[in-house]
Ligand binder design. Structure first.
Ligand SMILES: [Zn+2]
Length: 96
């Protein structure tokens, strides 16, 4: 996805502006892999193969997302009904 599209994205649950951590990006600012986080509800939304995964919780599969999170050095928070991360990672965050 193009980095410019990030400005148009907001949390599907509460419409908050999202933060993004870019993990892999091409030279022309196409984001291949990254993670969007909502500062309000703390949900995360992965960007995988250039596609932001922003479907409702009930249509997401934690088992499918876990390997990606682990590869990125992130962990899902324990005892969570919703999709939240364990703790902020050390990556720089960009406000979008
Ligand atoms: Zn939210």
């Amino acid at each position: 996805m193009n980095r410019k599209l990030l400005n148009k994205l907001c949390c599907p649950f509460d419409k908050s502006d999202l933060n993004v951590e870019i993990i892999q990006e091409t030279e022309d600012q196409q984001i291949i892999e990254g993670i969007l986080t909502c500062p309000n509800c703390q949900r995360y939304f992965p960007i995988i193969y250039g596609i932001p995964i922003m479907t409702p919780d009930e249509y997401r599969e934690k088992a499918l997302e876990l390997p990606k999170l682990q590869k990125w050095g992130l962990e899902m928070a324990p005892n969570q009904e919703s999709f939240q991360l364990q703790e902020p990672s050390g990556h720089d965050k960009l406000d979008i």
